[in-house]
Design a binder for this molecule. Structure first.
Ligand code: SF4
Ligand code: SF4
Ligand code: FES
Length: 511
């Protein structure tokens, strides 16, 4: 069978800009992308420039983007039709070959070798298994830079932020108890707290090193060493007692204060769900509308909604800066608030809270006595028959684009459900943007610790939203909503920012 491969070619001495060239090759199942590129070089075009060595996933030299995804070409199966281009976020020397000089110089300046402080005659040293396991993971990095190619922070601040590969390299020594340097301080200087925790890097690491998880572990060590950024230290000190990461604006009340603890189902009752509101939606004068929409939709779909007034912050702001251990009292209060109510499910309307509740709460106090669902996840599987018939068109809204919050798409694996719900609305067109799951810059408390970086990231994303020509951007996270509202206003783009629950609530109003 004849395969077709498009390769992005660039010769800096002759070309003003990169251009795609297409080649035909004899496709056979079992071929790797590197086999195809080698075929093109040997039989069709000897000027093609690329690099490789081991052909066995160890040297990290053969990285490239295939159909937009960074991979090692030597282990990526070839497809009959595919597009190959150089890694993104790294300077290109020629064709698929990237320039690693600047990266290597920066890495060398960090003294990425074991700094041992030993007296003469001292040793041998013992390393406990926990520490060994932590730095062994980081030791397996092959410096392929796939993670850097995928990271949304790195291109927004390439001189400040070292990027996931370099941080993993530092982790190799930070987690090694024999090392004598203050690697936590070095990591902070290299932008540790600029990482939003979006998890994109972990989806492309060929050796499954979970760079995002490694970086989260480094934040724990940095926080224990007292290196928390000043911008979050007040929040970290007061949150466990206050129970909310956001103050209530003067003269306002919260959603929880204004809403009865039980809202009956409209019509026949299918069951009872708990609603976890989250402190941003609870306190924000405009975002509390999201909770009102969710209650309206769940009740119309036949669910009695219980909204315990004892619920507090989920603990995410502490956990994402490395202070998860300070969030145990918050987790306990939330467990107590929802336990023993005979709930069929607990539904969250903030994807950050939902991700924290699903992944962090069970590690801080054991298995949960209830199941947690994101709003879209729950509705997409329970919205059937008569409830589905309630959905009508939304006046004045004919096109939307959907932004995947990191904590919902990569965090909870929920991508299709919100789209499925939006497609149920008659007359509403869903227009996909260029990179719907690229981080908006709202995670990791970056809007607090580095507002300029968070703004640069959301500005880039708001441009993608504008390019779709949609009337509204829909998402499932109040932090993303707040980010979008500010950026779209700055760009003077008249685009509404809505939660999935808002769209569905409006669609019910027509019925
Ligand atoms: S988690 Fe996101 S921001 Fe952090 S290093 Fe990975 S890709 Fe970059
Ligand atoms: S962490 Fe993984 S993706 Fe990043 S450079 Fe190392 S091996 Fe490659
Ligand atoms: S050729 Fe070494 S990793 Fe692919």
């Amino acid at each position: 069978m004849t395969g077709r491969v498009k390769i992005l070619r660039f010769d800096p001495e002759r070309d003003a800009a990169p251009k795609w060239r297409e080649y035909e090759y004899p496709y056979e199942p079992g071929m790797t992308v590197l086999d195809v590129v080698n075929y093109v070089y040997r039989h069709l075009d000897g000027t093609l420039s690329f690099s490789y060595s081991c052909r066995n996933s160890h040297c990290g030299l053969c990285s490239a983007c295939v159909d937009g995804r960074p991979v090692l070409m030597c282990r990526e199966p070839a497809r009959p039709e595919m597009a190959v281009e150089p890694l993104r976020n790294v300077p290109v020397v020629r064709d698929l070959q990237v320039d690693l000089d600047a990266y290597t110089r920066r890495e060398d300046s960090l003294r990425t070798f074991l700094e041992r402080v030993m007296e003469r005659g001292q040793g041998p040293e013992q390393v406990d298994m926990e520490a060994f396991a932590a730095f062994r993971v980081a030791s397996r990095c092959v410096r392929c830079l796939n993670c850097v190619s995928r990271c949304p922070v790195y291109p927004a601040d390439p001189h400040g932020y070292a990027g996931p590969a370099m941080l993993v390299r530092l982790a190799r020594h930070l987690f090694d108890p024999r090392d004598g340097l203050n690697r936590e301080l070095v990591a902070c200087d290299e932008g540790l707290y600029e990482c939003t925790g979006c998890g994109a890097c972990s989806t492309v690491c060929p050796h499954d090193l979970d760079p995002s998880g490694v970086i989260a572990g480094m934040k724990v060590k940095a926080a224990r060493a007292g290196l928390l950024p000043a911008a979050v230290s007040d929040l970290a000190a007061t949150l466990p007692q206050a129970g909310s990461a956001f103050p209530v604006p003067r003269g306002r009340t919260t959603f929880l204060q204004d809403t009865p603890e039980v809202v009956r189902a409209r019509g026949e009752t299918r069951g009872t769900v708990g609603l976890f509101v989250g402190c941003l939606i609870n306190t924000h004068p405009r975002l509390r509308r999201v909770a009102e929409s969710a209650v309206q939709v769940l009740s119309a779909a036949g669910w009695e909604v219980v909204i315990p007034s004892g619920q507090v912050c989920c603990g995410l702001p502490l956990q994402e800066v490395g202070l998860g251990e300070r969030a145990t009292s918050l987790v306990r209060k939330n467990r107590d608030a929802f336990a023993g109510l005979g709930l069929d499910a607990v539904v969250t309307i903030c994807s950050g809270c939902g991700h924290t509740a699903k992944t962090f709460w069970p590690t801080s106090g054991g298995t949960l006595p209830f199941r947690i669902y994101d709003f879209s996840e729950f509705l997409a599987q329970s919205l059937d028959g008569a409830a589905r018939d309630l959905i009508g068109g939304v006046a004045g809204l004919s096109s939307v684009t959907y932004h995947d919050p990191c904590t919902l798409s990569r965090g909870q694996g929920v991508r299709e459900e919100p789209r499925r719900l939006l497609r149920l609305v008659p007359g509403l067109e869903l227009r996909e943007m260029a990179e719907p799951d690229r981080c908006c810059g709202g995670g990791g408390e970056v809007p607090l610790t580095n507002p300029a970086l968070a703004e640069a990231m959301i500005s880039h994303k708001a441009g993608m939203v504008g390019d779709t020509g949609a009337q509204a951007v829909v998402t499932a996270c109040p932090t993303c909503m707040r980010q979008f509202a500010g950026a779209l206003q700055k760009k003077r783009l008249p685009i509404e920012v809505l939660h999935v629950a808002d769209v569905l609530a409006r669609s019910l109003e027509r019925r």
